[in-house]
Design a protein around this ligand. Sequence first.
Ligand code: THU
Length: 145
Amino acid sequence: MTDKELVSEALEARKMAYAPYSHHAVGAALLTKDGKVYRGCNIENAAYTPTNCAERTALFKAVSEGDREFSAIAIVGGPDNAEHLGICAPCGVCRQALNEFVDAKTFKVILGTDDPENMKVFVLSELLPLGFGPHDMAFLEDYKA
Ligand code: THU
């Protein structure tokens, strides 16, 4: 799966966004190491705080289906009436949620747009430097890497 293909999966995911309050529609596509793609969209709520971001929707779908090994995520987002999309970076909570399951030094975060030639590619550690993760909990006796 190429970066461009993963971005186009994220654009498909974005079509399902439920964002009646912010009108900011986000789509994500999370790639497993064995080539499966989990799509996610943001899901808002009238009480606001229960809102779930697109990235975590994709992550929680994957983990709840038994997948825990990931190589990349593509993210696209912008106003739901936008003619063209700019880059949309993941929020801090989503960076942290992803950090639980990936090697931040190699996991790719692909920030796409509606233009296949316009994307920015990072690894998670660039977006979450000095992140706190499972290894910081290794002192726990029952911790298993
Ligand atoms: N949102 C995401 O889905 N992902 C992010 O990383 C940033 C924010 C959503 C949450 C909310 O529904 C809307 O965008 C505005 O914050």
